[in-house]
Ligand binder design. Structure first.
Ligand SMILES: [Zn+2]
Length: 563
């Protein structure tokens, strides 16, 4: 069945509330653990249905933010979100008080109950209205950024559409296009500050209402993190400063030589004089090549990607009215994932075909996990699947980049490594923000600049006013939409690099471990999944250092002038 043929409907909250009452009755009157298990599985099916319809409503709106009907459906699901959490919360409370807890834990592993305990700590009916407000503010950010109309060289673009100019081989084009981007941000900075200010204060209030000192602890629980906290993360950030920042400095020097520039500005993001490698061929052609690639990589990926194509589970090309960015979502009722992106003719288009397909492949591989909560792991684990898939597909990159393949690989590794300090900077910034909820927008920008000097000491914005005054973080949607979702990319990248190294040494074993990890879905916590995949935990002292050494050696051996 094609995506467009999948059944979609609105869920009736009152019906759900009444149905839940019946389930709660059955659950508390159960005479055996098996009876309780059956009720849990029934509720699980209901949840799958709800999450599928909500995901479809959200996706349809992302595909066309000007479609009034799609907007109405998305608004509907947004509006019932907190009620549905409340209904789910009542059942989780009952499960948490079950007399068969030990048996339930035996049935589904300890994560089943820790997930419920964590979830219970993130909600109380008292915060329901505030959650609605939070959703509205998030939506305001989406509406504002997705609706950006930027005039550049006499033509109108959205933020994603302007992207290719930022990596143009002509420095003037790069700078002018960034200027256009930042002018838009500057004109909207008051609105963006206002949305963020409200979000921070609201999240702080939600946290204190639930009994926390500030939003940080709650933020970690919302991310489902059960086996590490801010201390481990702070220590990991420090390792990035110690081991990655110096290597990135060396890469900057190398880039100056390649580009023949005395000094690099923010807008000199390209890696080669002639510009960054570009995919060869139309989007349709690229997808056909990807289909051949996934067939050759393995049977599992071949079947999976054919299904994605045949059932039209991808919307890849940028067009007006489409929400910016790329993501993978899923409809658990139908056991199907979906990939959304904005192809714009850059090498990033291929990374979508590998990164988002990595997410989708994992989600499809774990479809037989017994519980909805086991479909997706927490995000730092989920990004391992996507970022590692970027590396597992390396042997096929010539299909997309032809004579520029080696350039792509150099850029991929250099870029992945250089990303780590940025990721840590975004994370550090958010910790500060939620520790200081009363800070003014100006103080926030100043703090961002201070952190940039630690993590990104080579950044020079030239005379681009907006980023120079510390506003550049406003373009990072995670900071608005999903607080604390960012260090995940750096933790996962550290794991993905390990797969890259393993794949060089023993590709068969590496792929087996990877598939094993994908099948496990979210059935275990991050640290356990890392162990299951045979990888070293990024928090361990020495882990990042060893990985960076290997990556740095590889980069040293490449002479980019000969690429
Ligand atoms: Zn991802």
């Amino acid at each position: 069945m094609k995506y467009s043929e999948l059944q979609y409907e609105r869920i009736d909250v009152e019906k759900r509330r009444n149905l839940m009452k019946e389930y709660l009755d059955k659950f508390s009157n159960a005479h055996s653990v098996d009876d309780q298990i059956n009720v849990i599985l029934d509720v699980n099916e209901q949840n799958k249905e709800y999450h599928s319809y909500a995901a479809m409503a959200s996706l349809n709106f992302s595909r066309d933010i000007n479609d009034e009907d799609a907007k109405a459906e998305k608004d509907y699901y947004d509006s019932i979100g907190p009620d549905m959490i409340e209904i789910g919360d009542s059942f989780e409370k009952a499960v948490n008080q079950s007399k068969y807890k030990d048996e339930l834990s035996k049935e589904w592993g300890e994560k089943f109950l820790t997930d419920i305990e964590t979830s219970l700590k993130t909600f109380d009916p008292k915060i329901k209205e505030m959650l609605k407000e939070e959703t509205n503010l998030r939506n305001e950010y989406t509406k504002l950024t997705a609706g950006a109309k930027i005039t550049y060289e006499g033509k109108e673009y959205n933020l994603a559409g302007l992207g290719p100019f930022h990596s143009n081989e002509d420095r003037n084009v790069r700078k002018a296009s960034y200027k256009a981007r930042f002018n838009w941000f500057s004109e909207n900075s008051e609105a963006l500050d206002d949305i963020y200010d409200k979000l921070v204060k609201l999240r702080h209030k939600i946290a204190t209402t639930l009994g926390y000192d500030n939003f940080i602890e709650l933020g970690y629980m919302r991310m489902g993190r059960s086996d590490y906290g801010p201390n481990e993360v702070a220590n990991f950030r420090k390792q990035i400063v110690d081991h990655v920042v110096p290597v990135v400095k060396k890469l900057v020097q190398k880039k100056k030589d390649i580009l023949g520039l005395d000094h690099l500005y923010f807008y000199d993001g390209i890696n080669f004089k002639e510009g960054d490698p570009k995919p060869k061929g139309s989007p349709d052609h690229l997808i056909k090549e990807a289909q051949v690639m996934y067939r050759e990589l393995s049977n599992e990926t071949g079947d999976f990607f054919d299904m994605m194509v045949e059932e039209e589970l991808m919307d890849l090309v940028n067009r007006e009215g489409k929400r910016p960015g790329g993501f993978c979502t899923s409809f658990p009722k139908y056991d199907r994932p979906y990939i959304f992106s904005n192809f714009n003719g850059t090498d990033h288009d291929i990374t979508v075909l590998t990164h988002e397909a990595g997410h989708a492949f994992q989600c499809y591989s774990s479809r037989n996990q017994p519980l909805l909560g086991y479909l997706w792991p927490t995000m730092e684990a989920a990004e391992i699947h996507s970022m590692s898939m970027e590396f597992f597909t390396w042997p096929w990159m010539h299909k997309f980049f032809k004579e520029e393949t080696d350039r792509f690989k150099y850029k991929h590794i250099a870029g992945s490594l250089s990303f780590l300090p940025y990721g840590a900077c975004v994370d550090h910034f958010q910790h500060w923000v939620y520790e200081n909820p009363e800070a003014t927008p100006k103080e926030r920008n100043q703090r961002w600049l201070d952190l940039e000097s630690i993590y990104l000491p080579n950044r020079d914005y030239d005379d681009l006013h907006f980023p120079k005054t510390g506003g550049v973080w406003q373009g990072q949607l995670h900071i608005y939409q999903m607080p604390f979702y960012y260090i995940d990319y750096t933790l996962a990248q550290t794991c993905a690099f390990q797969f890259w190294i393993k794949n060089e040494q023993d590709s068969e074993k590496a792929w087996k471990d990877y598939v094993h990890l994908c099948n496990a879905g979210g059935s275990q916590s991050f640290t356990k999944l890392v162990a299951l995949a045979g990888l070293e935990l990024p928090f361990n002292d020495g882990c990042l250092e060893t990985v960076v050494e290997h990556v740095s050696d590889w980069l040293d051996k490449v002479d980019p002038n000969k690429l």
